[in-house]
Design a protein around this ligand. Structure first.
Ligand code: 13P
Length: 290
């Protein structure tokens, strides 16, 4: 399947009609990248495979997109490759040139005016090249960051509207009480705020910090308009825990292909359950049918 901004918009339109969220999964290497693609195909779901800038720097943008374009092309479901939380406009541009389908420019820690200006610069570069752009309003940080609690940097409706109108960005990550990493206590998502943002914002809304949010809250968020749910920590945790157990059991005398087998099964089970929670199972192949 060929992926570009038009097909991503179509995938989001389908998720809006069907009231589900497109699963976003962060990968850290080529193994977990393949687990995500396999899970998406098996569950017949559209997925966004997301790469943090430090992962992209480690492997190289061209090598990653070469592999991902192979997977996208040979999958019957939409496999969208996305640069996650990039703070650097030039790096976003390099990712776009390298063939990423989608980039997130995260300028949320800047003033609203600077955020808009930064996002617009990426949008202006991405649009003629057929690449989708996500931005962020309010700030979604990581558990334990100094001075941060999930409620301390919530989005506001007015700022969200101004950012979307003036930057013409394609989608918007909204800070509504979630944070990255495992939670000390289950988060309290602000559904009232989400509903008010949804009423005013025409582009797809994104929920970050999926790991540890109870499934019922994720479903409520989807009901109130979330169209992408980002999950990273839970995947890494499952992958590493399982790999660790295999290494303890088998020692270093085995082929890595055998060592990774348990991790593949365990990680795919978690990916599959998130695809179900998001309501995206069975929605992949038919995304572009009409
Ligand atoms: P978690 O690692 O908390 O699941 O969050 C992932 C995320 O939001 C990536 O953008």
């Amino acid at each position: 399947m060929i992926i570009n901004r038009d097909t991503i918009i179509k995938a989001y339109e389908e998720s809006e009609i069907g009231e589900y969220a497109i699963p976003h999964f962060n990968h850290s290497d080529f193994w977990d990248m393949s687990f995500i693609v396999e899970a998406a195909n098996e569950k017949d779901a559209p997925v966004i495979v997301a790469c943090l800038p430090r992962v992209a720097e480690r492997y190289g943008l061209d090598k990653l997109t070469l592999m991902m374009n192979f997977y996208s092309k040979h999958s019957e479901v939409p496999i969208i490759y996305h640069l996650d939380h990039c703070h650097d406009v030039d790096f976003c541009k390099r990712a776009i040139d390298a063939g990423f389908h989608s980039v997130m420019i995260d300028a949320a820690s800047l003033s609203l005016e600077e955020n808009i200006k930064t996002v617009k610069e990426v949008v202006d570069y991405a649009r003629p090249r057929g690449v989708f752009v996500e931005s962020e309003i309010g700030q979604i940080k990581s558990a334990g960051e100094e001075g941060y609690t999930p409620v301390s940097f919530k989005a506001t409706v007015d700022e969200a509207m101004k950012l979307v109108e003036e930057s013409d960005v394609d989608s918007l990550a909204v800070s509504i009480g979630s944070e990255h990493g495992f939670y000390a206590h289950a988060p309290e998502l602000d559904f009232e705020l989400l509903k008010r943002i949804k009423e005013k914002i025409p582009v797809p809304l994104v929920l970050h910090g999926g790991s540890g949010i109870p499934a019922k809250d994720v479903k409520t968020a989807i009901k109130h308009g979330i169209r992408k749910v980002n999950v990273g920590t839970e995947i890494r945790h499952t992958y590493i825990t399982s790999l660790n157990a295999s290494i303890s059991e088998n020692g270093a005398g085995v082929h890595t292909i055998d060592l990774f087998e348990e991790a593949r099964i365990a990680t795919k089970a978690v990916l599959g359950s998130w695809i179900e929670i998001d309501g995206a199972a069975g929605k992949g192949r038919k995304t572009y049918e009409k």
